[in-house]
Design a protein around this ligand. Structure first.
Ligand SMILES: [Zn+2]
Length: 101
């Protein structure tokens, strides 16, 4: 699982600090969903159950964005889960990263 070839290109942590970073990250995720590198995941953290699970395809690829974004994806081969977590409100930023299981 450590070296799954299918998801190795997306298996890294990317810091998102500004709208350009976020635009780029959204575009990369879209491309990876289209080519099958990633799938949307039904994973949802237990501490956020009750909140609406957002649908990534509803997200615009440019501003304005929701104040808070939290999306989960997974590799269809190794089932590794990846997270996009960004707070645009207050400019706190966020990141793309794999979730350590
Ligand atoms: Zn994988």
């Amino acid at each position: 699982m450590a070296d799954c070839k299918h998801c190795q290109e997306v298996n890294r942590t990317v810091s998102i600090q500004n709208p350009l970073d976020l635009t780029r990250a959204i575009r990369v995720i879209r491309d990876n969903l289209i080519d099958g590198t990633l799938q949307q995941s039904s994973y949802w953290p237990s501490d956020q159950i009750g909140l609406d699970e957002p649908i990534f395809s509803d997200l615009p690829d440019h501003e304005p964005w929701p104040d808070y974004m939290h999306y989960f994806f997974q590799c269809p081969q190794c089932q590794r889960i990846f997270e996009l977590s960004v707070e645009t409100y207050r400019g706190a930023g966020g990141k793309w990263s794999a979730i350590e299981s």
